[in-house]
Ligand binder design. Structure first.
Ligand SMILES: [Fe+2]
Ligand SMILES: [Zn+2]
Length: 398
């Protein structure tokens, strides 16, 4: 038995070799099992290289499927030393890395991110952050992005009132994405608008651009000038509504998460024609919701087997009734010089009607989901936060 000195979670105390796998015990009482072939394939010695760098000499095809471990023991530094049977290859494994990759059900659940589901109770007390603090303090910026990760939205206060500053505001979450609207799109009131958002009407909660293979994910609404009256943003937690629907009507949820519908393009001036067939809800490998895409204004006509048409329309009607229900919406009044960030693959957005006289001017831009995750990981790693290795959902991809 080894002696526990450092963090018990990452201190190996015992190793037992069964040939085709090893079992190790940890300072906190946890037990992990690692297959010989898995260990050989992940060997991080100087000859094999690392996955992080991609400079790697070893290929899986060079490793016999039935490779065995001839010896496994702990060295004076507490690392795990392995010798494999086939070529006496030697590998040394860092316990911190080993624990972080343990595939027991408990550890896989532990490193999996969980959303903070929310409803009406957030109204008046939404997650928020301060622009100046986030610009100058990486801990404040990480906290802001953690809100965005966990709630799917965050309100940024004290942002600049200048239109030129929009790219800097968006950059807090990651690099700007170029979409079919360009990189930054300006929403100004225009009674003859081609884009629905440029009218001053109420907008029902929807996802933007569900017709793209990867819809925009992190979206920022930067208010250079808020409306003088009305124009509050409406936020709906698509994940929570999905969980509610799954409980109330499992069959409707099953249809919406397994049968693709066609999300239609919007005819744009640039002469592009996008459409995407995908289910409304994307699920992860545990069957949990990973993303949502839906905009009733672009969902239809249905193209599917005839016997699915009525059940699918019933399921969509039920889901939309829940999304459009004020009881599930949070009204966020966003003022001049404030910015609302949300994950368009989780949170649906709408807005109340506004008075045209106020000269409302809102600028919007996006950051890709993987760029946002990358920003989060880099900030977390720099601050020694183990959430850097959290398993995050893939979003609204099929
Ligand atoms: Fe929108
Ligand atoms: Zn090696």
């Amino acid at each position: 038995m080894g002696v526990v000195v450092g963090n018990p979670r990452t201190t190996l105390t015992e190793v037992a070799n069964a040939g085709d796998h090893i079992t190790v015990h940890w300072g906190d009482g946890h037990t992990s099992r690692y297959h010989a072939v898995w260990l050989r394939h992940t060997c991080r010695c100087e000859i094999c290289g690392t996955f992080e760098s991609g400079i790697r000499a070893l290929r899986l095809t060079e490793i016999p499927d039935d490779i065995a471990i001839s010896s496994a023991n702990l060295d004076a530094d507490g690392a795990l030393n392995i010798i494999w049977s086939d070529d006496d290859h030697k590998g040394c494994f860092d316990p911190v890395w080993l624990r972080a990759t343990c595939n027991s059900p408990e550890e896989r659940q532990r490193r999996k991110w969980r959303p903070t589901l929310w409803g009406k109770e957030l109204e008046g007390g939404v997650p928020e952050a301060d622009y100046e603090a986030c610009r100058h303090d990486e801990a404040a910026r990480l906290a802001m992005l953690e809100h965005l990760r966990d709630y799917g939205f965050v309100l940024l206060r004290n942002a600049p009132r200048q239109a030129e500053a929009t790219p800097d505001v968006i950059a807090l979450a990651g690099p700007l994405r170029v979409t079919n609207y360009g990189s930054v799109y300006d929403f100004t009131y225009n009674p003859d608008a081609l884009v629905y958002g440029d009218l001053n009407v109420k907008l029902d909660p929807h996802c933007d651009e569900p017709y793209r293979q990867a819809p925009p994910s992190i979206t920022c609404f930067h208010f250079v000038r808020a409306a003088t009256s009305g124009g509050a943003s409406l936020m709906v937690d698509g994940f929570r509504v999905g969980v509610m629907l799954r409980e109330e009507d499992p069959e409707a949820f099953r249809l919406l998460s397994s049968v693709p519908i066609t999300h239609y393009r919007r005819l744009l001036k640039q002469g592009r024609d996008f459409r995407m067939r995908a289910p409304v809800f994307s699920l992860d490998d545990d069957g949990e919701i990973a993303g949502i895409r839906l905009n009733d204004r672009g969902a239809g006509p249905l193209d599917m087997a005839d016997d699915l048409i009525r059940p699918m329309l019933r399921a969509l009607r039920k889901l939309e009734a829940m999304l459009f229900d004020k009881a599930n919406q949070v009204e966020v009044p966003v003022g001049t010089g404030e910015a609302l960030f949300f994950n368009n693959q989780r949170v649906l957005h709408g807005r109340t009607a506004f008075a045209p006289e106020g000269d409302r001017f809102m600028r919007t831009g996006n950051v890709e989901l993987d760029e946002f995750y990358s920003t989060l990981r880099m900030l977390a790693r720099e601050q020694g936060n183990e959430t850097a290795d959290m398993l995050l959902p893939h979003g609204a991809l099929t």
